[in-house]
Each structure stands twice: as structure tokens, then as C-alpha cells.
Write a protein that binds this ligand. Structure first.
Ligand code: NAP
Length: 317
């Protein structure tokens, strides 16, 4: 069987560091599943490691991609019932390839009624939003979100409203996001409306920040004592640089660390809630690219106001 993978052999800008290469398949290791991949999104969380941000824990060469959906084509005898089933082959990374071998404990069966383009996005952002809201509940609090055009911020907004947040405000960059936020019950704030942004930061009890950089620094600096600021992304590529120790509690969230203590049972159980959430609110439409067009998919990932790009790994490379 032919395999092809988006591999990086050095760290750097993803368009330069990644290459689509043949990836020979060895025999399937004992106890593992072999999965032919179908769809995988292009998330910031996939691209950041390629730049070298986590160079200390990535050995090269590496295959990019942290989530996606595929179909089991081989399994150990005790799991033969999984052959032909759709699964998310998670936790080991390397989902940007046509055929992937994975450990059954972390492979999540996909319910029949969940379409592939939703299933492919069921892990990184839904799990991160759930874990953040479990750790810093929004109940009875005024919540501020940044990076409101992102999938993760949309899930945080929805989850915060479900938990009973008093108010959810969200800072957006692209004007096309405004009406979507209003329809969701979220108060939109334009990124360039500095006065509104400061006012929201002063009033917020809880901020989830995806941006970092000067905006996040301004929010953190303006937040009151007793409030909480949770930084979970650096979409600006810049760290926070508060001039003085913040009055708000400052927290960082990393999905990798938060899920480290989950048993395989807890892990599978968490997805029951994620599937239910997807039935009630399916993710927004995605833009699908053939694997051979991966460069266009990566370019689309940076377009303001764009749809989430997805790689169709079942197409010829
Ligand atoms: N810590 C964790 O464990 C964890 C887990 C999940 C996600 N994350 C982080 O969460 C963030 C969002 O991920 P995602 O997959 O939800 O993203 P996404 O759906 O791909 O959305 C990205 C959106 O962010 C906005 N954006 C990008 N750069 C921006 C900038 N410089 N200023 C303002 N807005 C900007 C854009 O909105 P417009 O289109 O409106 O311009 C863009 O559409 C990323 O930083 C990711 O690393 C972290």
C-alpha cells in the first residue's frame, strides 16, 4: 500500500519546512490499528509545532497534524469489530498522512450520524474548550474572549453561555464575524475599538485569550483583582509583556498537559459529550483541499475571515 505524508525534517515556516513525501509502510505493530485517513483540519495548533515552538519535545523528522478522521483497515483479532469503522486516531500526532497506525486506547469511534467534516474537528478545540471551562467555570461571571473568529473561541462562547455566564463579550478581527457572534448571543467588540476593549477588560471576571501580544497584554493589565485571565493561544505570534505584575490571576492552558492524567476510559467518555455538542451545534462549514494542494490549504489558514481549511487525505498525492 502507498503512503504519503506531510513531513518536516527541520523547524521553520510551515510552507518552507513541510514537504509531501512518500512514507513507506512497515508491517502493522502488534496490538495497533491501521487507519486510512480521510479528512484532517489545518489548525494553528498543527502549524505552531512545525515552526519549532516546541522543539524541545519533538524529534525530527516528524509528520504534521494532530487530529482527523479515517477508517480502520486492520486491527488485532480482539478488535476485529473495528475494521471498517470510522475513528479518530489521536494522541500520537502525524495525522497528515494517508495511512496511520495508532494505539487502540486513544482511537475514538465516530458515531454514524456525525459527518466526516465535523468528526475531523472533534478533538483539539472541543476538548480544549471543555477542559478550560471545567477548570475555570463561567457560571455567574462576565466572560471576555479574544480571537473570536476562531473555532475554539466559538466553542468557549457557547460553553460559557450554557454554564450560565452573565455576559459573554468577544473581540473579533474580521467584520464578517460580527453577525455570527450576535446570533450566538455574544456581544461583539471590534479589535480596533480600543475604548470598548478596555471597558470590557475592566469589567470581565474571566478572559480566555487566544491572541497574546499587545491586545492580551492590555486586557491582562486592565483586569481587576479577583478576576482570571486564561491564555491558551498566541495567534499574534507575540508573548504577553505586562509592565507590572497583573492584578488578575494569570493562568496558561495547554491541552497536552490538561489531558495527560485522563485514563483511556475518561478519554472515551469525554467524547460522548463532544458528539452531543456537535449534534446541537455543528462546526461551521470547512474548505476542503486535496492533499496535493496542501500549500493552498496552509495559505488559506492565514486568511482573515476565511473558513477552516481541511486536507482530503484520501485523494491521490
Ligand atoms: N492551548 C491549547 O491547548 C489550545 C487548544 C486548542 C486551540 N488553541 C489555540 O487556539 C487558537 C485558535 O485555534 P483555532 O483552531 O480555533 O483557530 P481557527 O479556527 O483556525 O481560527 C483562527 C482565527 O483566529 C483569528 N486570528 C488569527 N490571527 C489573528 C490575529 N493576529 N489577530 C486577531 N485575530 C486573529 C482569525 O479570525 P478572523 O478570520 O476573524 O480574522 C482566524 O480566522 C490558536 O492559537 C490555537 O493554538 C490552543
Amino acid at each position: 500500500m502507498q503512503n504519503a505524508a506531510l513531513i518536516y525534517r527541520r523547524f521553520g515556516p510551515p510552507l518552507q519546512a513541510l514537504a509531501l513525501e512518500p512514507a513507506p509502510l512497515g508491517p502493522l505493530a502488534e496490538g495497533q490499528l491501521r487507519v486510512t485517513m480521510h479528512l484532517s483540519p489545518v489548525n494553528p495548533s498543527d502549524l505552531i509545532p512545525v515552526t519549532g515552538a516546541y522543539a524541545h519535545r519533538i524529534s525530527l523528522p516528524a509528520i504534521a497534524g494532530y487530529e482527523g478522521v479515517g477508517r480502520v483497515i486492520a486491527a488485532p483479532p480482539r478488535l476485529a469489530a473495528l475494521i471498517g469503522r470510522r475513528v479518530l486516531p489521536l494522541r500520537a500526532g502525524g495525522t497528515w498522512q494517508r495511512v496511520l497506525d495508532c494505539v487502540p486506547d486513544w482511537a475514538v469511534p465516530v458515531p454514524e450520524d456525525i459527518p466526516d467534516d465535523a468528526a475531523a474537528r472533534a478533538y483539539v478545540n472541543p476538548m480544549a474548550a471543555r477542559q478550560m471551562l471545567a477548570r475555570w467555570p463561567a457560571t455567574g461571571r462576565r466572560v471576555l474572549l479574544s480571537g473570536a473568529g476562531s473555532h475554539c473561541a466559538a466553542l468557549l462562547a457557547r460553553g460559557a453561555l450554557e454554564q450560565g455566564a452573565v455576559r459573554v463579550q468577544a473581540i473579533y478581527r474580521s467584520p464578517s464575524r460580527r453577525d455570527v457572534l450576535i446570533a450566538q448571543g455574544v456581544e461583539p467588540i471590534a479589535l480596533q475599538d480600543t475604548a470598548a476593549l478596555y471597558a470590557a477588560a475592566r469589567e470581565a471576571d474571566l478572559t480566555f485569550d487566544a491572541l497574546g501580544g499587545s491586545v492580551a497584554t492590555a486586557i491582562l493589565t486592565a483586569m481587576r483583582k479577583g478576576s482570571d485571565f486564561v491564555g491558551y493561544g498566541l495567534l499574534t505570534g507575540e508573548p504577553l509583556r505586562p509592565a507590572a505584575p497583573p492584578k488578575a490571576g494569570y493562568h496558561r492552558f495547554h491541552l497536552r498537559e490538561a489531558q495527560a492524567s485522563l485514563s483511556p476510559q475518561d478519554w472515551q467518555h469525554a467524547f460522548s459529550a463532544i458528539w452531543e455538542g456537535m449534534r446541537q451545534a455543528p462546526p461551521p462549514p470547512a474548505r476542503i483541499f486535496a492533499l496535493a494542494d496542501w500549500r493552498a490549504a496552509l495559505a488559506a489558514a492565514g486568511e482573515p475571515g476565511g473558513m477552516k481549511p481541511m486536507l482530503d487525505l484520501s485523494t491521490g498525492a
